[in-house]
Ligand binder design. Structure first.
Ligand SMILES: Cc1cc2nc3c(=O)[nH]c(=O)nc-3n(C[C@H](O)[C@H](O)[C@H](O)COP(=O)(O)OP(=O)(O)OC[C@H]3O[C@@H](n4cnc5c(N)ncnc54)[C@H](O)[C@@H]3O)c2cc1C
Length: 406
């Protein structure tokens, strides 16, 4: 096997998943993460379609199910908190807006990290500063001043990827604003959860939700609002909080309580809703994975699936090519392109009208549709369309379908 030493930037979902599969194929991955320690946080994410199969093949499904939330469905509530329409998780065979397996992003990342930390090197609190591909390998300098040499470098460092900026060019060339911003954070939640996600859609292009977690006494708040690109400072968290407080001033339901809790939230997160679209995901010895390469946006509910499947395919194609990066990266692009295209196309579907209705008549129409959908003969067609998440057949790169040993 050639090109054994692989530097992975980012210990989110894609990075640890890739480290897992590279180790299984005999590579030596090193993961560098900018955060000073393992980074928890995030809302519930959906584990659906073929990504579930990847987790099965990792032998980690039992761990994932143990950490799963058990969300029963989503409801829309009015400003007095009355339920107006509800969709149980099983409505579209577990492939609808609430997936059969909902798990906190941080809990899934933890399962992946725990499964790899013993036999992959992790470096926290550092970031790649420069990359120099000299044809035989990549000389890397880190912000800490450290210098190391690797055969290959993988950018699994999310939507604002540093590897992408260094090896492909600035973010604005690849990032497509989808017209909204989102924020999530943890709030104290002293009453017992009913395990339903509750969404409220005041008008004015705004949505707010309270979603349960697998832990007592806490919940996750989600805010979203439509807006053209905003000039805000990504490092200035207080400025982002002020922005959110202004946008949601005067909104009823639980919003005043959520905004009050926001100031003390341990994990406030605010970002643009964007897609990353690129014609190529590799350049020389550098390659991108997960959100860094093809973020589909949270409007699709497929970001984590793409990251998990992408990690499986990238490691598998590299191994199948005996470590030859040209052949391995070409195989990765070939296998993943259509899957990514279909996933990204899902952001053009009806979700934004669903979450950002323009008038009370729209709200009424949406709620009526939700209430009647279980009785509609075309329910099956919707489920089928949603199952497009499965639009890739996983090869068996290890030559055996038995789950990987831990
Ligand atoms: C804190 C957080 C919360 C999130 N919450 C949600 C959510 O609630 N719902 C949802 O659908 N999606 C959420 N996402 C995005 C979601 O995790 C991804 O869409 C998806 O899982 C793809 O994963 P990824 O590994 O490609 O990217 P990410 O999960 O974004 O991971 C990227 C990792 O790279 C690290 N990183 C960034 N820059 C550098 C650098 N220069 N050097 C080293 N490391 C770097 C980041 O700290 C992060 O750990 C969240 C991401 C983060 C980081």
């Amino acid at each position: 096997m050639g090109n054994r030493s692989v530097l992975i930037s980012g210990a989110g979902i894609a990075g640890p998943a890739l480290a897992f599969w590279l180790r299984r194929h005999g590579f030596d991955p090193v993961v560098v993460e900018r955060a000073p320690r393992f980074r928890d946080g995030g809302h519930s994410i959906d584990l659906r379609g073929v990504a579930r199969e990847v987790v099965e093949r990792m032998g980690l499904m039992a761990d994932v199910r143990r950490a799963a939330i058990g969300t029963r469905g989503m409801s829309f509530v009015d400003d007095a908190g009355r339920r107006k329409a509800s969709m149980p998780a099983e409505l579209f065979g577990g492939e609808g807006p609430v997936a059969e397996i909902e798990i906190l992003r941080g809990d899934l990342a933890r399962v992946l990290y725990d499964a790899t930390r013993a036999d992959a090197e992790y470096v926290f609190g550092d970031s790649i500063a420069t990359l120099a591909d000299d044809g035989d390998g990549v000389r890397v300098t880190f912000e800490s001043g450290a210098r190391r040499r690797f055969d290959l470098v993988v950018g699994a460092d999310g939507v604002h990827s540093t590897v992408r900026a260094l090896a492909f060019g600035e973010e604005s060339r690849f990032s497509h604003h989808l017209g909204s911003y989102t924020s999530y954070f943890t709030i104290p939640f002293p009453v017992r959860h009913e395990l339903w996600d509750r969404y409220h859609t005041p008008l004015g292009g705004r949505v707010v939700a309270i979603r349960p977690t697998a832990r007592e006494q806490e919940a996750k708040a989600l805010f979203g609002f439509t807006s053209p690109p905003l000039p805000y400072d990504r490092q200035d968290m207080d400025g982002q909080k002020r922005l959110l407080a202004e946008r949601f001033a005067g909104v009823g339901w639980e919003v005043p309580r959520l905004l009050a809790a926001m100031w003390d939230a341990p994990d406030f997160y605010f970002d643009v809703v964007a897609q990353i679209r690129m014609e190529r995901w590799s350049n020389g010895r550098a390659v991108l994975l997960g959100d860094a390469a093809y973020c589909p946006s949270l409007m699709t509910g497929l970001g984590t699936s793409l990251a998990l499947v992408g990690a499986y395919v990238l490691a598998g194609e590299l191994a199948a090519a005996g470590g030859d990066h040209r052949a391995g990266f070409a195989g990765y692009e070939r296998e993943m392109r259509e899957y990514v295209r279909l996933a990204q196309a899902r952001a053009e579907g009806g979700e934004s009208g669903f979450l950002f209705p323009k008038s009370n008549a729209h709200i009424w129409l949406r709620n009526t549709m939700i209430r009647t959908v279980p009785y509609m003969p075309w329910k099956g067609l919707i489920a089928k369309k949603l199952r497009q998440a499965d639009a890739i057949t996983l090869k068996d790169y290890l030559g055996a379908t038995a789950p990987a040993a831990r």
